[in-house]
Design a binder for this molecule. Structure first.
Ligand code: D8T
Ligand code: MG
Length: 415
């Protein structure tokens, strides 16, 4: 048997997704995801470049094809390469599992748990709207939420749904408390950042949340790469009384892994990083020196299931657990791949979950389920996701870049 067709689709049912579809000579179809938020067309071009080299290869040789694409590219690693390799890799796992008649997680070692603990995105511009948002997710059954909060005097704050919409003059629309930062404009929206206001605001918000909800609710927070290492260290100390599950991306350690040593030396607040780290090579110091507690990579951006399985085995040896990236900028195909791996690995921690829009879920038919705070990938052969090519064609690509960030004096800063 061999790969007969390898096709790339870009579709935008509410937001842009890159889909890769492999068909074998005996008609088995596999799907992969190469969605790279704000840079989707580049990932799609990469896939178009490598697709001809896949034709005629034996679809069963997943590791060999992975090595062929990785070593054979000469230009190793990086988000575009690793997202494209992921899309091929996940499509091949989907095919192998369909041929075996089992869900993908069975090929990864079988289920290590009955369900996948997930966290939602709660946010607010003030305490009543934050509490409303938390209540909504608790009523849905979530046992864990990330908490993001508007900064006083700052027009739009990362992670706060209502404030981002208000800045665009859109008001609150769609899902009220979800958060999609990529706006449908050709030029990125500019946001403002001020660490002083942030450090003076966020710990007090967590105090209010703990006072209202008690100790059981699992709380997380994302600083989105914006603090200097010493600020991140102080932030972790300030949050200690509120028992966070993790603080995420406190400082841009994807550039200098040593940054997190400073943070680690000063606080017991657990550390998560990695949504923009895309290979195990880029985790060596972070994991070996136990500078992190959670790996935030997504299967979509990190070389697929073949590579992520190795990364998580490396992490296992150092007591580091998973917290895979799962906002809606991962397609339902990528989300399903995350869930199969979540179910199988011994060192699972938590899974991020932002439900896709109804439009998205008409184009992608999923079989994963959510109940009482836990996700499950389902038991259909393969990934359990189908792609409606005809409907997808009705949603052409629309430019939607991620925002950029400046300090109060106009200096460019990490977004
Ligand atoms: O942790 C998260 O889900 C975020 O950092 C998103 O990846 C980011 O807002 C881009 O959508
Ligand atoms: Mg994040």
């Amino acid at each position: 048997m061999a790969i007969e067709k390898a096709e790339v689709f870009v579709t935008s049912p509410g937001r842009n997704f890159v889909v890769f579809r492999i068909t074998t000579t005996d008609g088995v179809v596999g799907l992969g995801d190469a969605t790279l938020n704000g840079r989707e067309l580049v990932a799609a071009e990469y896939l178009k470049t490598i697709a001809p080299s896949l034709i005629g290869k034996d679809e069963d040789n997943i590791e060999d094809i992975w090595q062929y694409l990785y070593k054979g590219a000469y230009w190793k690693r990086g988000p575009v390469t690793m997202a494209a390799i992921s899309a091929v890799d996940v499509a091949l796992w989907d095919i192998k599992a369909k041929k075996a008649g089992v869900p993908v997680y069975q090929l990864l070692g079988g289920a290590s748990r009955t369900g996948i603990l997930t966290y939602a995105h709660a946010s607010g511009v003030d305490l009543p709207s934050l509490f409303d948002s938390i209540d909504m997710y608790r009523e849905m059954g979530f046992k864990a939420t990330r908490i993001q909060y508007a900064l006083p005097g700052i027009p739009s704050t990362y992670g706060v749904a209502a404030s981002a919409n208000a800045q665009q003059g859109e008001g609150e629309k769609g899902v009220r408390y979800d958060y999609e930062p990529a706006r449908r404009t050709t030029v990125p929206v500019e946001e403002v950042w001020d660490a002083r206001t942030y450090l003076n605001t966020i710990p007090g918000v967590f105090e209010e949340v703990r006072n209202k909800y008690g100790k059981d609710l699992i709380l997380l927070h994302d600083s989105h790469h914006r603090l200097r290492p010493i600020e991140a260290a102080r932030f972790g100390k300030l949050l200690e009384p509120y028992d966070l599950f993790w603080m995420e991306d406190t400082t841009p350690a994807e550039e200098n892994q040593q940054y997190l040593r400073i943070v680690r030396e000063h606080t017991t607040t657990p550390i998560a990083i990695g949504e923009i780290i895309n290979s195990w090579s880029d985790y060596i110091t972070l994991i070996e020196e136990q500078l992190i507690d959670y790996v935030r990579s997504a299967v979509t951006h990190t070389g697929g299931l073949t590579h992520m399985k190795k990364l998580m085995a490396f992490a296992e040896l150092f007591g580091v657990r998973s917290g895979f990236h799962g906002p809606t900028d991962v397609s339902p195909v990528g989300m399903a791949a995350n869930l199969h791996l979540d179910l199988a690995i011994p060192n699972f921690g938590i899974q991020e979950y932002m439900k896709h829009s109804d439009e998205t879920l008409e184009v992608f038919h999923t079989s994963y389920t959510f109940k009482d705070g836990y996700l499950h990938p389902g038991n259909k052969p393969g990934l359990g996701v189908d792609f409606d090519e005809k409907l997808a064609a009705k949603f052409p690509y629309q430019p939607a870049p991620l925002p950029v960030d400046r300090l109060l004096d106009g200096t460019m800063h990490e977004w």
